[in-house]
Ligand binder design. Structure first.
Ligand SMILES: *Cc1c(COP(=O)(O)O)cnc(C)c1O
Length: 230
């Protein structure tokens, strides 16, 4: 099943790239494996996918332990400061930084481990009450502050778009996030590269690719529906 699903997702990404005049290489597909067993991740690896996303620290670290070390783990869920130590050094990118306090803790851990940690700033682009992430207008001031932390590199922005019945409704949100990324990039801040835009999930990744996503996070579309009851 994973193999068939992957080939559909891959085809859709290619078609979306073509429509937008983009190169397929500009978009990284992150397979969101939360709640799914290690065996399914192995199946996915066999199809050449190396980027995996998890939203829980405990689940990520236990999968990290048993899987090959060439996998590229992405933390995409909310991160509590007391769990930062388990994540820094194990993931290639933390997508969900939305406060200075959290960034400070990540930096502290990166200093201790003598590494530079790549992060994205999570933006609540549609201003939904229930979502994590900073409001769009707070992204730039927050990035200015965080950029002073020497062991962090701010690679760009991430958003979780609203749940909608038609993915076209999220197009303007993706467009706004891309514009925000461009605006901040133009400020040329040290430690801030703004070359990554993490947006688009199973229901809207094609629209996100058309609007400039460089990373799409697809779970259900690859692994099938999640069962939270087990
Ligand atoms: C679960 C999750 C995804 C994947 O969602 P699907 O709709 O299953 O593709 C993407 N991003 C984040 C932050 C998630 O928590």
């Amino acid at each position: 099943m994973v193999k068939e699903n992957l080939s559909i997702v891959e085809q859709n990404i290619q078609t979306a790239c073509k429509r937008a005049g983009r190169l397929r290489e500009e978009v990284t597909l992150i397979a969101v494996s939360k709640t799914k067993p290690v065996s399914m991740i192995q199946e996915t690896m066999e199809e050449g996918i190396l980027d995996f996303g998890e939203n829980k620290v405990q689940e990520l670290t236990s999968k990290y332990e048993v899987l090959p070390k060439n996998l590229r783990w992405h933390l995409i869920g909310h991160l509590q400061t007391n769990k930062v130590k388990y994540i820094v050094g194990r993931v290639v990118l933390i997508h969900s930084v939305d406060s200075y306090k959290l960034a400070e803790q990540i930096n502290k851990e990166a200093v201790k481990k003598e590494i530079i940690c790549d992060i994205l700033i999570e933006v609540n682009i549609a201003g939904e009450k229930t979502k994590f992430g900073v409001p769009a207008e707070e992204a730039y001031p927050l990035i200015r502050e965080i950029s002073k932390l020497k062991n962090l590199r701010i690679r760009g922005l991430m958003t979780i778009a609203p749940f909608v019945d038609n993915s076209e409704k999220n197009r303007e949100h993706f467009r706004n996030l891309r514009q925000l990324n461009i605006d901040i990039k133009s400020k040329n801040i040290d430690n801030v590269t703004m070359d990554v835009l993490s947006m688009g999930m199973t229901d809207d990744y094609e629209v996100a690719v058309e609007e400039g996503a460089t990373m799409v996070r697809v779970g259900t579309g690859i692994f099938g529906e999640r069962d939270y009851s087990i």
